[in-house]
Design a binder for this molecule. Structure first.
Ligand code: ATP
Length: 442
């Protein structure tokens, strides 16, 4: 009796977690010791993909044609800085425990008028404020002056360096500072894999401008960020810009929008875009006693620049791109799992297969030449060509090249497209250009 064909089914979080572990995108941190909740290690393929995400983000900023500098701020910051930014007093989430099963929840994540979603009893503790920053002590003396925090966002390091950057780089308002780096939040309930982690990475830009131009820049960045998501392969119907309602806005912001993605668990924030007024610089001026205002030649007056901020989690975007790319398709009677990642984002750009052992040597040479062009590529000789395609489909490799019996005489190879599975013949001396063109396609 023949087996029924497997049926493709929609992507789920479980499928992504399993693929990530199986193929070396992401591992639970300290896995052999049972793991650390909300903390992950990025494996070999994941590292390549994260590098591509960072590069795509930086490229999208460069393409705006604006003055944008980069910096790498420290992860540890003194208590005084986090006090000025408001984080020591305001950066907390409401915490509640079930008295019966002891399960812990973010009180704003559940309806506390209903029974515990875990055990079904209705017996809650009071709601308490739980502070999200990781606190530590710097140096041997354990007093107030040695108190430091791991940063819960990267942005503050930009604000405190505002004057350093201006005076050492000959930039004028308006200009931006972009930064990519780790952030730490002791989330009450890390969940949904890379969606809510305790150690994660952010890509942030702070755009410094005059108050009069700020709302125009807010619009410019909102449009640019949506265009970025299209350029990394997200379908427009899966992403939206949601302006905050008046009651959601922070007291210092007159315009904030979330870029939201349609995850399998609902529409959720992927990026925050906020017009922050001059709140941050003003706070740091007040608390540090240093003048962070700038002189405006046109008016002959000093003012504190206003800021538009865009902030996205690298890991949350990584997860988003995996959800977007994951497909199951029937190929004959078999189920094919394929990650339809944009070639710019795919960890491996191309794979090189000799049809049989007899073609191994010339194909290896082509593969090595591609490596020497700086391309991330793989070489695979084991198993049938079909099996080799499957392995590459599952990790999102957009192109597979096969050197066959004719290649020696016609100087060409077959290239197979991951998404259409169409094959075409291309001259060997055009392979490098072919791959570059696809990576850089709009
Ligand atoms: P949320 O409401 O989801 O907790 P937030 O509004 O606190 O997010 P921001 O402080 O605006 O988040 O952070 C900017 C971006 O950083 C978020 O849009 C998200 O992409 C990312 N981010 C924030 N917290 C986490 C986390 N715990 N794990 C992974 N990414 C995060």
């Amino acid at each position: 009796m023949s087996q029924p064909s497997p049926t493709p089914s929609p992507v789920t979080l479980e499928k992504i977690v399993s693929l990530c572990k199986r193929r070396g995108f992401v591992y639970q941190s300290a896995d052999i010791y049972g793991g650390l909740n909300g903390v992950y290690d990025i494996g070999p393929l994941g590292t390549l993909m994260k590098n591509n995400i960072r590069a795509a983000w930086l490229r999208s900023l460069k393409m705006l044609g604006l003055d944008i500098l980069q910096q790498e701020g420290s992860l540890l910051g003194p208590e005084a800085m986090w006090h000025a930014s408001g984080h020591t007093t305001n950066f907390h989430d409401p915490l509640i425990d079930c008295l019966v099963c002891k399960h812990r929840f973010r009180a704003d994540d559940i309806d506390i008028n209903k029974p515990c979603p875990h055990c079904g009893n209705k017996s809650w503790t009071e709601v308490r404020e739980f502070h999200l920053m990781f606190k530590t002590q710097v140096g041997a003396a354990a007093d107030q002056s040695s108190l430091a925090y791991l940063r819960p966002e990267t942005a503050q390091a930009i604000f405190v360096n505002f004057k350093n950057i201006m005076s050492s780089n000959r930039v004028k308002i308006p200009f931006g500072v972009a930064q990519i780096g780790k952030a730490f939040r002791n989330e009450i309930t890390p969940k949904q894999f890379l969606f809510r982690m305790r150690e994660f990475e952010q890509m942030e830009i702070e755009w410094f401008c005059t108050p009069e131009t700020a709302l125009d820049f807010f619009k410019l960045f909102s449009d640019a960020r949506i265009a970025f998501y299209a350029a990394v392969g997200i379908q427009p119907e899966h992403i939206r810009l949601r302006p905050h309602e008046a009651n959601e806005l922070s007291h210092y912001s007159s315009a904030t929008s979330d870029v939201e993605y349609q995850f399998p668990f609902g529409w959720k924030e992927l990026e925050g875009i906020a017009y922050r007024g001059n709140f941050d610089l003003t706070q740091h001026m007040k608390h540090s006693g240093k003048d962070l205002s700038v002189f405006d030649d046109a008016t002959g007056q000093s003012y504190v620049p206003h800021v538009v901020e865009c902030s996205v989690g690298v890991d949350r975007l990584f997860l988003t791109l995996l959800f977007e790319a994951y497909h199951e398709e029937l190929e004959g009677d078999d189920l094919r799992t394929v990650l339809k990642l944009h070639p710019r984002i795919a960890p491996i750009k191309a794979a090189f297969f000799p049809l049989t052992k007899a073609q191994a040597e010339p194909m290896k040479k082509i593969y090595q030449e591609m490596l020497s062009h700086g391309l991330e590529v793989q070489y695979d000789l084991s198993g049938s060509i079909g099996k080799r395609y499957r392995r590459q489909d599952e990790i999102g490799t957009p192109f597979c090249f096969t050197y066959d019996f004719e290649s020696e005489t016609d100087g060409a190879v077959t290239v197979r497209d991951r998404d259409t599975m169409q094959q075409q013949r291309i001259p060997i001396n055009q392979i490098g250009q072919f791959i570059h063109d696809k990576i850089n396609a709009k």
